[in-house]
Every structure is written in C-alpha cells, then in structure tokens.
Design a protein around this ligand. Structure first.
Ligand code: FAD
Length: 420
C-alpha cells in the first residue's frame, strides 16, 4: 500500500474509532488497522453503560481487603490468577500504592469532568444520521442494594457524587419499584444516578465504523506485527501483508497496547481484566421481553443489567488472569442465574457467555498522551471499566494534542509515564 496517512491508528474498538472520528473532523487523513473488531474487542459485548456515577477510581481504600475476601470464593466477581510475571507484579504493586484517599480525591474531579464531557460529545454524535442503532438512552441508572454492606457502599457513593455536583437521589424499595416496576432482583433500596445513560455498544461501534468510513477513513483489516521507526520517529506499521505509512501513530489497541509500546521502548503498566456478559434477545428477536427499561447495577453481587433495543444484557466479574478469553462457567454462574431470574432458564441456556478484556491501568485512569521517547506516537488506552463512557472524550483529547490545540482538560492526569 503506497498511500500515506496523516495518522495511522492501531485498534478499531470504541477508542480507536473515536480517535478516527475526532481526527477526521479536524481534517486529518486517517487509517485504522484492526485484526477483527467484532471478535476480540471489548467494545462489543460490554454492559453499554455511560456512567457519570463511576467517578471513584477502582483503586480506592478498602478495595484490597474486599478483594482478598472474594479471592476465596470461586463464584465471586473478582479473580486474580497467581503469576510471577514481572509486568503483572509491577502492575499489582502500583495498584495497591494507589488505593489511598489522596488518589481518590485526585481522581474524582478528573473522572467527573472527563465523563461528563464525553457524554456531551456522545450525545452530539448520536444525533447524527446513521447513529440510530447506537441506542443511546438517557435513562439514568439505578444502583440497587439488598444487604447492609451494599446499602452503606451505595449511600457513601451517593454522598461523594452529590458533593461532586452530580444529580443523585436515594430511593427506598417503593420509590425504586415505581421507577422500574419490572425489577426481579432482591433489593431494599437504590441510588438513582440521573445523568447516567446506556447504549447498545455493538450498535455504537457499527455506527461509528460506518460514519468514519463515510468521512473517508480507511479501515484496514490487518494484524499489526511491528512498528517501523527511524530514530525517535515512527514511520510505518507492518501488518502480515503490507506496510502502512503515516506521519503520526495512535496506539489504541485496548488490552494489547503494551505489546506494541514495548517495541518502541515503553513498558506500559496495563493488564487485561476479563469480564463476562450474557445477552438475551427480546421477544421479537426470538427471546423474551422483560419489561425492563433502566440500566441497573446490583451492588451486592456486582452484576449489571442493561436493557438494550434488541434485548437485555447481564454482565460482571473482573479477572486478572492474562489474555485468556476462555469462559469459567462457575464464575459466570451468578450472571447467568441472574439472567434466568428475568428471562427464564429456557431462554438463557442456549446463549453462550461472552468474554472480553478491559484494558486496566493501575490507578483507574486511562492513558491518553504522547509516548515517551518518540516524537510522533500517541497512546489512547487503559480505560478499564470506562472505555465506552470515555471513548469520545479520549478521541477529542488525542486529536487536540496531535493538532497542537490546547485540549479541553489538562492531560497530566493521563500521562503515559506517570508510574515511572
Ligand atoms: C464485561 C464488561 C463490561 C463492561 N461494561 C462497560 C460499561 O458499561 N461502560 C463502559 O464505559 N465500559 C465498559 N466496559 C469496558 C469497555 O468495554 C472497554 O474499556 C473498551 O471497550 C475498551 O475499548 P478499546 O477500544 O480501548 O479496546 P478494544 O475494544 O478491546 O479494541 C482494541 C482493538 O485492537 C485490536 N488490536 C489489538 N492488537 C492489535 C494488533 N496487533 N493488530 C491489529 N489490531 C489489534 C483488537 O483486535 C481490538 O479490536 C466493559 C468491559 C467488559 C469486559
């Protein structure tokens, strides 16, 4: 391929496509290279929640103690596979170092502002023709609790969110049911996060794909084998059968990003964090109608429920166990049983469990910025549980920084070398 691009993006998940959209909007000629977006990308089978409610970074005080308890239970939502891999040990070390109140205080305004900005951008994009399939609905989100621990956790979060200026409401059982009469989960109350929303993530990805193509972006199927450089400059991307040349490179390869930065001299602290989902189609698609319309998070079990245009999705679990995408049916059990509660065993049994890898940074904030030691390489990854939520924001930050425009937010919290 002899064509030369202003920007080459590796990775066609929600983050890579968001970068492509913002760069193209700024007039750049862009290529996106991906080896099969709908197969291994985390951006398709996820819970599709757009979550201003998630302003507290995952690395927070108390998380480790809770995690240790969960480790003993084969059905718990957290699993860490013991490993002596130095990259994994370094990641765990950095994670535990960030489980402090100081880090939470630092992370809350960063996440609040970036998430709200992303939501505004997503709304703009979803108002464009061709985005109907993205299924954006500004429903709000119910965080349900049943046991006392979950109730306390939810109320603490509601207080933090309220202090941060988000719109939240604490509801008892009757108040919750009046908002979502179709609930079958056991609960005694909930917190309503009014600004949260949901999408059909695969519908969004397909709409983004078609949209950026219509803007002239070249989407290239290819497995990136290596990155060519000359001194401190990236010059081209090598796939199995071509070299794609560009003036700038964006690495947005989700959980696989460290495999690419390594070749350019940076060991990125990022680990894949596996999650599962089960999606039951609606009656008109051969499944069942549940009557649910609001996304919900069951805090006691860390299971999310997302009604989407063509069905309903149940998701959860976080497994730090490398790049293994196989499904541990025991760990997926609580999610599948929750699906059965709403949809009936006969509708859930034939549906396979989907697995995806969240690209997790140790401090719960993404990596958005230039790659140290290189003049023209950018990283957009590490969004963990927030990739769909923060995709549009990330794309615009990258496009602004690459174009030499002052980005809307100070990018220092997202620096690639912040753990050095
Ligand atoms: C169960 C679950 C539920 C979730 N729920 C939510 C939610 O409700 N809200 C939310 O905001 N986020 C959620 N997430 C997180 C979200 O899905 C991810 O953060 C997001 O999808 C990451 O997007 P990405 O574009 O960075 O990576 P990906 O979508 O994984 O895309 C990376 C792409 O790069 C390609 N690639 C990698 N290496 C190469 C290479 N060498 N050559 C060519 N191509 C390559 C891959 O094939 C892939 O297509 C959830 C995740 C899971 C697993």
């Amino acid at each position: 391929m002899s064509e030369r691009f202003d920007a080459v993006i590796v990775g066609g998940g929600i983050v890579g496509l968001s970068c492509a959209k913002s760069l193209t909007d700024q007039g750049a000629r862009v290529a996106v290279i991906d080896r099969g977006r709908y197969q291994e990308s985390a951006s398709t089978g996820n819970a599709g929640m757009i979550v201003p409610s998630h302003i507290v970074p995952l690395s927070a005080p108390g998380v480790i103690a809770k995690g240790m308890k969960w480790l003993m239970n084969p059905e718990s939502p957290l699993y860490i596979k013991p490993s002596a891999d130095p990259a994994f040990m370094k990641w765990l070390w950095a994670f535990q170092r960030h489980c402090t109140q100081a880090h939470v205080d630092h992370g809350i305004p960063v996440l609040r502002d970036s998430i709200l900005s992303s939501l505004r951008l997503l709304e703009d994009w979803c108002s464009l023709p061709g985005f109907e399939g993205a299924g954006l609905a500004k429903t709000g989100l119910l965080m349900l609790h049943h046991g006392e621990k979950a109730r306390k956790e939810n109320l603490e979060l509601a207080e933090i969110a309220d202090e941060a200026g988000l719109i939240v409401e604490t509801l008892d059982e009757a108040g919750t049911r009046s908002l979502e009469p179709a609930l079958k989960t056991d609960f005694t109350g909930s917190v309503l996060f009014k600004q949260d929303a949901r999408v059909d993530p695969e519908g969004l990805l397909r709409a983004m794909d078609a949209h950026v193509r219509s803007l002239g972006v070249s989407i290239i199927d290819g497995n990136v084998r290596g990155l060519q450089k000359s001194g401190q400059k990236f010059v081209g991307v090598k796939t199995d059968d071509a070299v794609i040349q560009g003036d700038q490179l964006v690495i947005a390869a989700g959980s696989w990003t460290p495999k690419l930065t390594k070749g350019l001299g940076t060991k990125l602290l990022l680990q894949p964090a596996k999650g599962y989902s089960v999606t039951i189609p609606s009656a008109e698609n051969g499944g069942v109608d549940t009557g649910m319309h609001m996304p919900c998070l069951v805090t006691d079990q860390k299971i999310s429920i997302t009604p989407m245009p063509g069905g309903i999705r149940f998701s959860g679990t976080l497994g730090l166990q490398g790049y293994d995408l196989s499904v541990d049916e025991r760990r997926a059990g609580p999610i599948r049983r929750h699906a059965e509660l709403y949809c009936g065993e006969e509708h859930v049994r034939p549906i396979p469990t989907w697995a995806g890898l969240r690209p997790a940074s140790p401090d719960g904030l993404p990596f958005i910025g230039s790659l140290p030691g290189m003049d023209n390489v950018w990283v957009a990854s590490g969004h963990g549980m927030l990739g769909v939520t923060l995709g549009p924001f990330t794309g615009r930050m990258i496009a602004d920084m690459m174009g030499g425009t002052t980005p809307e937010m100070n990018p220092s919290a997202f620096r690639i070398d912040r753990f050095n």
